[in-house]
Ligand binder design. Structure first.
Ligand code: 0O2
Length: 212
């Protein structure tokens, strides 16, 4: 397919990724403005590369005419959170929005992948306005903690390095590292809960003193 044709196919996806990044970053701004804790730490977006699209179509035997329907992650946005509990909060924020419709979810937090990969994926329908009119497309939103992202980023680049043929001992070490990441996420949540409990009880005590 000609470069020009690829550009015109991917152009609305570029717009979708940019709009979604703006919208999720705006949630961070709104939280700052209102001085409330933000469940979103960072937002990243990308449009899948042509070579990656072609590789996936070949691997999954997807014909060209079904590409946009079957490739759900041409547009991709990654939302990074501080704590595991934030993931659910972000998912319910998305659920309540009128501009994003959830098509499906993949919960790799409950069903951890064999590699050790943990993340929460949502496929959404999102409409962009183009010069040819509105276009409803699909986008994948990956929601994960900073620790999960650290692991997934390194594991992904190793997968790329080994071109799908990762030596067993490397995969095993990565799987153990994923367990350590899981333990780290739990520990950080526990520390946070302890601090919040202490803050709440000192707040209650100072309210009591005020009442007296
Ligand atoms: P990129 O560069 O992010 O586009 P697939 O797994 O691609 O055959 P499907 O059903 O779309 O098919 O998979 P899934 O699991 O819903 O989502 C795929 C994306 O999730 C991947 O995209 C990764 O970003 C991420 N992912 C899934 N499994 C793993 C894993 O074991 N390790 C890491 N690091 N990431 C994972 P792409 O297309 O691989 O890459």
């Amino acid at each position: 397919m000609e470069i020009q044709l690829w550009r015109s196919i991917l152009c609305p996806y570029e717009l979708a990724v940019r709009e979604l990044e703006v919208k999720f970053n705006h949630i961070i701004d709104e939280c700052k403005e209102n001085d409330v804790y933000c469940p979103i730490e960072q937002v990243e977006g990308r449009v899948k590369s042509v070579s990656s699209i072609l590789e996936k179509m070949q691997r999954k035997h997807i014909p060209m005419e079904r590409m946009e329907e079957e490739l759900e992650d041409i547009a991709g946005v990654r939302i990074i959170c501080q704590f595991e509990e934030d993931i659910e909060t972000v998912a319910s924020l998305i659920q309540k929005r009128s501009d994003m419709v959830i098509k499906s979810e993949k919960n790799y937090l409950k069903h951890i992948k064999q590699s050790g990969y943990r993340s929460y994926h949502l496929i959404i329908y999102y409409t962009v306005d183009t010069i040819k009119g509105p276009k409803k497309l699909q986008a994948e939103i990956q929601i994960r903690t900073m620790a999960m992202n650290f692991w997934a980023t390194i594991e992904h680049s190793l997968q790329y390095k080994y071109k799908g043929d990762m030596p067993g001992h490397v995969a095993e070490r990565l799987s153990k590292a994923a367990d350590a990441i899981n333990a780290l996420d739990h520990e950080m949540s526990s520390v946070r809960n302890e601090i919040m409990d202490a803050q709440n009880s000192s707040q209650m005590q100072s309210n009591l003193v005020k009442d007296i």
